[in-house]
Design a protein around this ligand. Sequence first.
Ligand SMILES: [Zn+2]
Length: 255
Amino acid sequence: MKISRHKKVHRYLSFYSNNYGFRQPYQVLIDGTFCYAALKNKFNIKEHMPKYLDAEVKLLTTPCVIIETESLGHTVFGAMIIVKQFAIHRCGHTGKPVPGSVCLKSMLGSENSSRYIIATQDRELQRAAREIPGTPLIYLHQKAPTLEHPSAASERIAQIQNQAKFHVSKEAGNLLTSLKKQKLGISTTDTQEQRKKKKNKGPNPLSCKKKKKKSSVETVKQGVIKKSRKRKRVKVAEHVKEHLINKAKEHCNTN
Ligand SMILES: [Zn+2]
């Protein structure tokens, strides 16, 4: 169970890294409701958040969140103590504090360009965060922290961006081919034809097997045939030669 949960966290975080440029240390923006639930469920945020995300994290809050928890009095006193432990990010509401959820929404803006991870139990803020593409959301499910599956808005925008990237690369490819044609007089179709022509010349001689040498039997046979074509030299014995010469002489004399 634990391994599969970590795999999920890893997968979701790499989704945000690949599509929305999230980098470590991740900035986790925490509100009073999350601190309250953490205290109630004995979840030590400082200790367990980096372990859960298996990454370096910066735990952050805003002046408005602190003011809100202070104003709620003793019921959330423990939560206020916890929230004050975190680094405070300026929110732009100095002198005019707003409710924590409103403040955090304004921190996210329309596209969460500062790449915050929102940690909240506030249902309204969770809904708002899901609408902003590239906003990871963490809440506590009793004791267990849960990084929510990327929202539909996050996935949709990531898909559109990826398609746009592909489109650009395709256009770049077309531009390159047209430049080749113009500047170098090379066209891809020509080179393809050339390749085909080369292929038609025949197989690569290096890749071919050497021709078999004629077998010794064949050479012997051929030698026999050649010999048979040659004039046969007939050896004649000396006494036969003499006899023949004499006969020839006699023949000449009679003529
Ligand atoms: Zn604020």
